[in-house]
Design a binder for this molecule. Structure first.
Ligand code: MUC
Ligand code: MG
Length: 373
């Protein structure tokens, strides 16, 4: 009998404050909520994972509460008694019994990989085939909602040598106001920074035709999810006419979505997110579809804390080419940590640990303090 049988899976919801309000088209975050997963194995190994979304149900189909409930009631019972060392068989078992739920599955797959890495003494990146780099360039999102504040924040990040790529959250304000905001920030930063926007589906096609042209003509490097994910034909048209590249984010809710976007020619860049594909292994399947289709890659985030951020990072360091870098800054948006040693950000990069598993240890006291009662 295997010693690596799964004995128990615990989930806890953790609410952590953000350093400032973070304004997206669909929601303003005042805090972030993480679902932390602990997978206990018979050999004494504990794997940790995280399943995190943005703004309750404002962003995706799963909320922190539904993620916890679905793991506790449906997914964990399928895994208890199974061999934690066979990640493939465990994830196939979940996929066979449960549709969708990619956020919950991503947290569980991360925990299985963390456990197996600890068991074998290998970093998760090596379980995923091996890393081709040790660190990842990380963008910062300017989303205070105020142009002057955003410029000051960008200047501060450049001075610190922490970020030189900035993504601006737009789509909530009238189009012309948003365009003035972005162009003013690009003017202030000039060639010292790459400036991109994320519209989070906030425009209709008529607005996007003008928005993409003005932004492209004013030096904006990348336009993320300008229109609704369901408007596939509009995305195809925009991808053909926009002077700046179009990146798909919300349009990808599964590996199958990635395939059909690639087949339709609906984007020239994919935002890779472990939560939206079902885990670090699943997101690499989307990356492989993109690579085969000549679509460029960007390492995306659902603003996870340290656990989810490093689960993403271990997958992204295995990729040959990340043309548009990453946005794995989630832990830096939070005022508090629930791990003993926070991920290291230095010289515009996130360093990806070479220690076993994800390379993180939960701080049990901090976790208990911030856990939702
Ligand atoms: C998104 O839509 O990309 C990523 C960075 C950020 O500020 O928000 C997220 C979600
Ligand atoms: Mg986005």
């Amino acid at each position: 009998m295997s010693h690596s049988l799964i004995e128990r899976i615990d989930t806890v919801i953790v609410d952590l404050p953000t350093i400032r309000p973070h304004k997206l088209a669909m929601h303003t975050m005042q805090h972030q909520t993480l679902v932390i997963i602990r997978l206990h194995c018979a050999d004494g190994i504990q794997g940790i994972g995280e399943a995190t979304t943005i703004g309750g149900l404002a962003y995706g189909n799963e909320s922190p509460e539904s993620i916890k409930q679905n793991i506790d009631s449906h997914l964990a019972p399928l895994l208890v008694g199974q061999d934690a060392a066979n990640v493939n068989a465990a994830m196939l078992r979940l996929d066979k019994a449960a549709k969708g739920n990619t956020f919950a599955k991503s947290g569980l797959e991360s925990a299985l990989l963390d456990a197996q890495g600890k068991r074998l003494g290998l970093p998760v990146s090596e379980l995923l085939g091996g890393r081709v780099r040790d660190s990842l360039e990380v963008a910062w999102t300017l989303a205070s909602g105020d142009t002057a504040k955003d410029i000051a924040e960008a200047e501060h990040m450049l001075d610190l040598r922490r970020h030189r790529i900035f993504k601006l959250k737009i789509g909530a304000n009238p189009l012309e106001q948003d365009l003035r905001h972005v162009v003013a920030i690009k003017k202030a930063l000039g060639d010292r920074a790459s400036v991109r926007v994320d519209v989070n589906q906030g425009w209709d096609e008529s607005q996007a035709i003008r928005g993409c042209r003005v932004l492209g003509d004013n030096g904006i490097d990348l336009i993320e999810q300008p229109i609704a994910r369901i408007n596939r034909s509009g995305q195809i048209r925009l991808n053909q006419r926009s002077p700046a590249p179009i990146m798909a984010d919300e349009s990808i809710e599964s590996v199958e979505d990635a395939f059909s976007l690639a087949a339709d020619g609906a984007a020239s860049v994919f935002a890779l997110k472990i939560a939206k594909n079902g885990g670090p292994r699943a997101v690499l399947r989307t990356a492989q579809i993109a690579e085969a289709a000549g679509i460029a890659l960007y390492g995306g985030t659902m603003l996870e804390g340290s656990v989810g951020t490093l689960a993403s990072a271990h997958a992204f360091v295995t990729l040959n080419k990340l043309t548009w870098a990453t946005e794995l800054f989630g832990p830096l948006l939070l005022t508090e940590e629930i791990v003993t040693e926070a991920p290291v950000y230095r010289d515009f990069q996130l360093e990806v640990p070479r220690t076993p598993g994800l390379g993180l240890t939960l701080d049990e006291e901090r976790l208990a303090f911030f856990a939702r009662k």
